[in-house]
Design a protein around this ligand. Structure first.
Ligand code: 5FX
Length: 532
């Protein structure tokens, strides 16, 4: 019997490269953590970083669905070896890559409900998928379908207003539409279609789990405001799609109790609750504990900004999702492809591959950099259709290079954060007295870089010890869902961010006008790129 004092919570993260589990207590203190890495622990599936790229069509990027299930079998064994007492787990939830899709073969739900607890999941579910390789968020094969989605509702702006995003190739609606047109028989034989997150919940639930509102808003299919599938968009996905998808449910809803398979095989309590799983970005928002006065900035290979919004704005750049913590609120995601790789390129070129030298040079230049600004898009940027290096002086005149390494370095870092601020404000982030930034990801350990972030946004910057915010968010979803089910309010925040730097007093006088200037510069870059 789960008692209040002994209850623990299981969070899972089915991401692109690995499956992770964390077990926490009611104070979100970590009791156990285990990982299965797809490429190294499951080499038999021959993936690269967890995915397969089709040689004949490099836009097609998939992952074997059954590999994810075998990873869960392995992960459960690792937790047994770590002496986890499954009977104490009061609730389970999970997070997963957004947009990816799973196609359950006719009859799969029956198999899922009648599993033999003496056997692995992956052997019993081997024939349960009509599409054996799930399209992932990295897939970009749906150009044609994207056009149809936008045309169906009168253009990209309308689609963005209804669903939170213009059509994106990785979004699940266009992905499903592609399968239904290219492989109609396969589509017909698919009893249900899940997102990767609801697929994960289904395994624990023993039946097909519904999709939660937040992850559903990454499909180009759901009306953000009514939280219902949009009939015209649904039609583009093929016959009987409404039945195949099921109705979306509020995030952190309790879906039911754990399937008998897990009770018999691992000794879970039969009352253990399964809480709706969500996408990695909504779960990160939960894990970081940010509210409306916070901006979360993840500084990784790509830089991602998460913003709490009270109203959905219609923008063509970025995504608006339903907020996983508040059904009346929203969240924005802004993804910039040129993050750490661009910073490293600059370090290698101008600071002899040394972060110490890089930081020294960065700190030796004045804030505002005499008006010199650099934008480095080594790979085509998502929010600006452009690639290449761009340098400007105070008057907005284009230059081919700057006069010193330190100017190059500050120009590149200020350029990155000015661009992030421009798009963050455009999507609805309001910089005010109480606004704060929570920095995560690899580069968040570099204080010199964080100081520039703080100055450009005019906000204090905090960091927090717990690095995997999506995973901790999944465990927190389990706790929130469990408390909700008992009619208890969710206790506010457990995590305690540490203040790392504060903006200099006159920073807004410097950077406010620079953001304004950037508006025209971005337009010029886009026009230039169109002509090439
Ligand atoms: C968001 O829209 C994305 O496509 C990615 O952040 C994936 O969720 C990564 F898993």
């Amino acid at each position: 019997m789960v008692t209040e004092s002994s209850a623990s919570f299981l969070g899972l993260d089915l991401s692109t490269q690995q499956l992770k589990a964390v077990i926490v207590n009611e104070n979100l203190e970590i009791l156990h953590e285990e990982t299965v890495i797809f490429e190294t622990h499951l080499p038999e599936y021959r993936t690269n970083g967890g995915v397969r790229v089709n040689k004949a069509n490099p836009h097609e990027i998939t992952a074997p669905t059954i590999m994810w299930i075998k990873a869960l079998d392995l992960l459960m064994d690792k937790l047994i070896i770590a002496s986890v007492d499954f009977s104490k787990i009061a609730a389970i939830s999970g997070t997963a890559q957004q947009h990816g899709s799973v196609y359950w073969q006719n009859g799969a739900e029956k198999t899922l409900g009648n599993l033999d607890s003496s056997n692995f999941l992956h052997t019993q579910l081997a024939t349960s998928f009509s599409v054996s390789d799930s399209p992932t968020w990295m897939d970009s094969t749906t150009k044609i379908e994207c056009r149809c989605f936008e045309e169906a509702v009168g253009g990209p702006e309308n689609l963005a207003r209804i669903t939170g995003s213009r059509a994106y190739e990785r979004f699940t609606g266009p992905q499903i539409a592609r399968i239904s047109t290219h492989r109609p028989e396969t589509f017909k034989n698919s009893e249900r279609i899940s997102l990767v997150s609801s697929f994960l919940a289904s395994l624990f639930l023993g039946r097909i789990a519904p999709i939660d509102y937040s992850d559903a808003s990454g499909m180009n299919l759901m009306d953000l405001r009514t939280k219902k599938w949009h009939p015209q968009l649904l039609k583009l996905c093929g016959p009987d799609i409404e039945k195949k998808l099921g109705d979306p449910v509020p995030s952190c809803s309790c879906l039911g109790t754990i399937s008998p398979y897990f009770v018999e095989r691992y000794g879970f309590n039969e009352k253990c609750k399964v809480i709706a799983c969500s996408g990695d970005n909504p779960s990160s928002l939960i894990g970081m504990g940010i509210k409306d006065d916070w901006l979360a900035v993840s500084l990784g290979t790509s830089d991602t900004l998460l913003i709490w919004l009270s109203e959905p704005k219609t923008v063509l750049n970025g995504h608006i999702l339903c907020n996983p913590l508040d059904p009346n609120a929203y969240m924005a995601i802004l993804c910039f492809k040129n993050g750490s790789l661009a910073r490293e390129k600059i370090r290698n070129r101008y600071a002899d591959k040394s972060w110490d030298e890089f930081n020294e040079l960065l700190e030796s230049t004045p804030r505002g950099n005499f008006g010199y600004l650099g934008l480095h898009f080594d790979v085509e940027e998502i929010l600006i259709a452009a690639s290449g290096e761009f340098r400007y002086n105070k008057e907005g005149k284009k230059l081919s290079k700057f006069s010193s390494s330190e100017i190059e370095i500050r120009a590149a870092i200020e350029g990155q954060f000015l661009l992030r601020r421009l798009f963050a404000e455009e999507i609805g982030f309001k910089i005010g007295k109480g606004t704060k930034i929570l920095a995560t990801g690899g580069a968040s350990c570099n204080k010199s870089i964080l100081q520039v972030l703080s100055d450009v946004f005019g906000c204090p910057v905090y960091t927090q010890d717990n690095v995997n915010s999506a995973l901790i968010g999944a465990a927190k979803q389990a706790l929130i869902g469990f408390n909700k089910e008992r009619g208890e309010n969710n206790r506010a925040d457990y995590l305690t961010p540490k203040l790392v730097c504060e903006p200099y007093k006159n920073s807004e006088d410097m950077y406010g006008p620079m953001v304004q200037k950037l508006v025209q510069i971005v337009k010029n870059i886009e026009n230039e790129s169109k002509q090439i």
